[in-house]
Design a protein around this ligand. Structure first.
Ligand SMILES: C[S@@+](CC[C@H](N)C(=O)[O-])C[C@H]1O[C@@H](n2cnc3c(N)ncnc32)[C@H](O)[C@@H]1O
Length: 240
């Protein structure tokens, strides 16, 4: 199967920002979880900057890490000369291993980025890195889809993602086993030669909220708040 990076590089990176245009207001999400009182933010899997851009506009310092060049380019272009932005094109775990003694007040891993990691071990490694790089009292915010109980069958496996006059996107979700979902993105676009459909697949982790909370606890992170909104589980932890 295509790796997640290949999938973003070959298909999803180009349409991702368009596909989530109607998602909720990122600043409202951060505000509701009391995450706007800090100065130094690390955005893991920042994408085109759904959270990084409004944080920069609010005068925050943001380190944005992502392995997709297309999305980071969109973020760089939209940020313009914003002085608070540091961009890093890197794998998230490699970045956390390599960033020395850097410390942040708030670390974000939002928009389902967590489930893109390749294994349970990778998630635990990410959490260990987060705990190392949070200042004492700093917070770690996670937003992801808990598909541990996924059981859709037949047509219910086809999820409409976004559409407009020239493009429509669905994704097909299928359980591979208890650990992984196969996600097939189906993007049809009008071209000069007529409609063209492109398919790409990758796998996502099925992470139960209890398991994620337990792994975070093992690296010393304390759960501050949790919730589920529009199918996304949110968990906010603090390093004591
Ligand atoms: C679903 S998008 C979420 C983007 C953004 N956080 C948001 O809320 O819109 C996942 C992002 O994580 C990036 N990503 C996934 N796995 C990664 C990894 N192992 N290392 C670096 N970036 C990764 C993808 O390129 C993509 O931009």
């Amino acid at each position: 199967m295509t790796t997640t990076k290949q999938h973003y590089d070959e298909l999803l990176g180009r349409v991702y920002a368009w596909s989530v245009a109607s998602a909720g207001d990122p600043m409202r999400w951060l505000e509701a979880r009391a995450l706007l009182d800090a100065q130094r933010y690390l955005d893991l899997g920042a994408g085109f900057g759904a959270h990084a851009l409004p944080l920069l506009a609010a005068g925050k310092q943001v380190t944005a890490v992502d392995f997709n060049a297309e999305l980071l380019g969109q973020l760089r272009d939209a940020a313009g000369t914003e002085p608070g932005l540091t961009l890093q094109q890197a794998d998230l775990i490699n970045y956390l291993e390599a960033c020395g003694d850097a410390e942040w007040d708030v670390i974000l891993c939002l928009g389902d980025t967590l489930t893109h990691l390749e294994s349970a071990a990778a998630v635990q490694q990410l959490f260990a890195g987060v705990a190392r790089h949070l200042r004492s009292g700093g917070r770690f915010a996670l937003g992801y889809r808990d598909s541990s109980a996924f059981a859709a069958e037949g047509l219910a496996r086809f999820v409409p993602v976004a559409s407009d006059r020239t493009r429509v996107m669905y994704c097909l979700l299928e359980a591979i086993d208890a650990t992984y979902l196969r996600v097939t993105d189906i993007v049809t676009e009008l071209t000069a030669e007529g409609p063209r459909t492109r398919l790409g697949e990758y796998q996502k982790l099925r992470l139960a909220r209890e398991v994620v909370t337990d792994w975070a606890g093992r690296v010393g992170l304390v759960l501050l708040s949790e919730g589920v909104e529009r199918g996304m589980t949110s968990l906010v932890f603090q390093r004591p």
